[in-house]
Design a binder for this molecule. Structure first.
Ligand SMILES: *[C@@H]1O[C@H](CO)[C@@H](O)[C@H](O)[C@H]1NC(C)=O
Ligand SMILES: *[C@@H]1O[C@H](CO)[C@@H](O)[C@H](O)[C@H]1NC(C)=O
Ligand SMILES: *[C@@H]1O[C@H](CO)[C@@H](O)[C@H](O)[C@H]1NC(C)=O
Ligand SMILES: *[C@@H]1O[C@H](CO)[C@@H](O)[C@H](O)[C@H]1NC(C)=O
Ligand SMILES: *[C@@H]1O[C@H](CO)[C@@H](O)[C@H](O)[C@H]1NC(C)=O
Length: 508
């Protein structure tokens, strides 16, 4: 009875929400700001739901060679090729989060979030990547201060252990993720983190978007000076080795946490992958098959191993012996190696059967015999193109991804660890009203999925502050809190930040 009636109430609230959202998004920013009684959509989000925003160490900290930090692979890439990166000169300092973390925590508090997704810089703690090379106490202290400051302000830290930036020394000495020895270095680093911060950090994610690293850096040789000849021969395998080692790192960290730390610390540990939904380009069976295949090649690549212990069969069939094998022992420790799944969702694509590799984009896999395209056979798009953020906005894709994970991977706990849209194409980055509609509709999809039994446990906007977005530098203004490079890196909440705050006021 109680369940029935409360789910009925949820439905009613959701309907009201949809109407008000639709009404709101079509009104002017000023009206939005004046509206005092924003709906109560969140009254039926789970009570311990984490609502947050995120960054990564690499993209905000700066202080690249301060405080005893060693260089990471990304310092090296940008230094060697500064001209290719917008704002390459700002790389060493970023938004100076390292120096201004106290002020930044106040901005996060003002945003009204109850959780902050951050990452730790491996090379700040272990400048050459190894325990033997020495622990940098100043680095250890920095994260102690940051974590304590967050907690003192009622913000739960949600910590990514590796968000792209591993120590350059490991890369140079061993080949980095091409060498399975990375697993031991990574495990030592994780042990240091659990020991040092695990009394206060209860939500860990091991790695961020391994498939993106595999595809961009290795398969498509983007920002990679020593690429394998993938484009012409198709028979490349580095991307698969790199992702394989990422998965083994993840599983090793989880095993370590469960065996040595869980009992006393009682936290949870998962991983973060890139996600998108693929819909067939046409009703032809080859496109329908391509859509399913691209799901397996993109998300199944990570999720099949960490849930079931091995890669999707279609990957074995198409990649053949370039796809590494897990030993029986590895299968056992990789299977079930996650407490939750973190997904980063931005947009979705149509999937088209395609064997010609020249038509593929950075996030396509040469072996998947499919490409992701913006327009289907009838010239339709998924959602609409947001001309201020330059992306197709398709909240239903998020709903579909959540349903897909629920159905295919045993209804796990899920965090939406990144969701958001840039605002690079507006004159005043503080007036990011386009982003309100983006966030509102994706929160609505999240809520709809929860009502349908998907176990979503948290939602993090990307990004909390303007972040260094690799080749795009700071030109895309991803932050809910804008950072003004012309005025001493002044932080200011955007219009969407104010909207998110009001939304959260009713939710948390
Ligand atoms: C892999 O790393 C180990 C050190 O951990 C090193 O001895 C070995 O030479 C590396 N292999 C390659 C192919 O670089
Ligand atoms: C994986 O195992 C299969 C079957 O035992 C074998 O044919 C294949 O060559 C192996 N692949 C690699 C990369 O070792
Ligand atoms: C692949 O597509 C490119 C560009 O559309 C074209 O020039 C090339 O001939 C195609 N290659 C094959 C093998 O079809
Ligand atoms: C940026 O805005 C202009 C003017 O509104 C528009 O013509 C253009 O297509 C936008 N660019 C992108 C990438 O959406
Ligand atoms: C909210 O989500 C539901 C379920 O997916 C959908 O039917 C509705 O159109 C959405 N409303 C908005 C405003 O996005």
């Amino acid at each position: 009875m109680e369940i029935l009636s409360s789910s009925r109430i949820c439905k009613i609230i959701l309907t009201i929400l949809s109407v008000v959202l639709l009404y709101n998004v079509s009104t002017k920013a000023q009206d939005l700001q004046r509206r005092s009684h924003f709906p109560k959509p969140g009254s039926s989000f789970p009570s311990d739901f984490l609502f947050g925003a995120g960054t990564s160490a690499l993209q905000v900290e700066g202080a690249a060679s301060e405080g005893g930090r060693g260089p990471s692979v990304w310092d090296d890439r940008v230094n060697r090729n500064k001209g290719a990166f917008i704002d390459g000169d700002k790389f060493p300092t970023m938004i100076q989060h390292y120096r201004r973390y106290k002020e930044d925590v106040q901005h996060l508090k003002n945003l009204g979030i109850n959780s902050y997704r951050m990452s730790i810089s491996w090379s700040r703690l272990l400048p050459d990547g190894t325990i033997k090379g020495g622990i940098n106490q100043e680095g250890v202290d920095f994260y102690n201060l940051l974590i304590d400051e967050l907690l003192a302000n009622g913000i739960t830290p949600f910590v990514t252990i590796l968000h792209f930036d591993y120590p350059l020394a490991i890369h140079k000495n061993t080949g980095g993720f091409l060498n399975s020895s990375i697993v031991n270095y990574y495990k030592d680093y994780c042990e240091l983190l659990f020991k040092t911060y695990g009394d206060r950090v209860k939500h860990w994610t091991t790695v961020n978007e391994p498939q993106v690293v595999g595809l961009f850096t290795y398969m498509h040789a983007y920002d990679n000076d020593d690429p394998e000849p993938c484009q012409t021969t198709k028979l490349c395998k580095q991307a698969y080795i790199v992702v394989h080692n990422y998965i083994l790192c993840h599983a090793a960290a989880v095993k370590l946490y469960r065996e040595k730390f869980y009992e006393t610390q009682g936290g949870e540990i998962g991983l973060v992958l890139g996600s998108q939904s693929f819909e067939p380009y046409s009703s032809k069976s080859e496109d329908v098959a391509a859509a399913k295949r691209l799901m397996d090649f993109f998300m199944g690549w990570i999720l099949d191993p960490v849930v079931y212990g091995d890669y999707p069969k279609i990957m074995r069939d198409l990649v053949g012996n370039r796809l590494p094998n897990f030993t029986e022992e590895e299968k056992n420790f990789v299977a079930g190696s996650t407490d939750f799944i973190g997904i980063n969702y931005y947009t979705s694509h149509f999937a088209k059967h395609e064997t010609n590799k020249t038509n593929m984009i950075l996030s396509d896999n040469y072996d998947a015999l499919g490409i992701s395209v913006d327009f289907n056979a009838e010239g339709k798009t998924l959602g609409y193109l947001d001309k201020y953020g330059g992306n197709f906005v398709y909240p239903k894709g998020l709903y579909d991804v959540l349903q897909h994970i629920k159905k295919k991977y045993q209804n796990p706990n899920i965090y939406i660890t990144e969701n958001g849209i840039a605002s690079f194409n507006i004159t005043n980055p503080l007036k990011d009203t386009h982003r309100i509609k983006y966030l509102a509709t994706h929160l609505n999809s999240t809520k709809a999925a929860i009502d349908n039994g998907v176990r979503v446990r948290g939602y993090f906007v990307w990004a909390a502050f303007d972040t260094f977005e690799f080749r795009a530098g700071f030109s895309q203004n991803w932050g809910l809190i804008h950072v003004d490079f012309k005025h001493d890196l002044m932080r200011q909440p955007t219009t969407a930040a104010k909207w998110y705050k009001r939304f959260l006021n009713h939710v948390i």
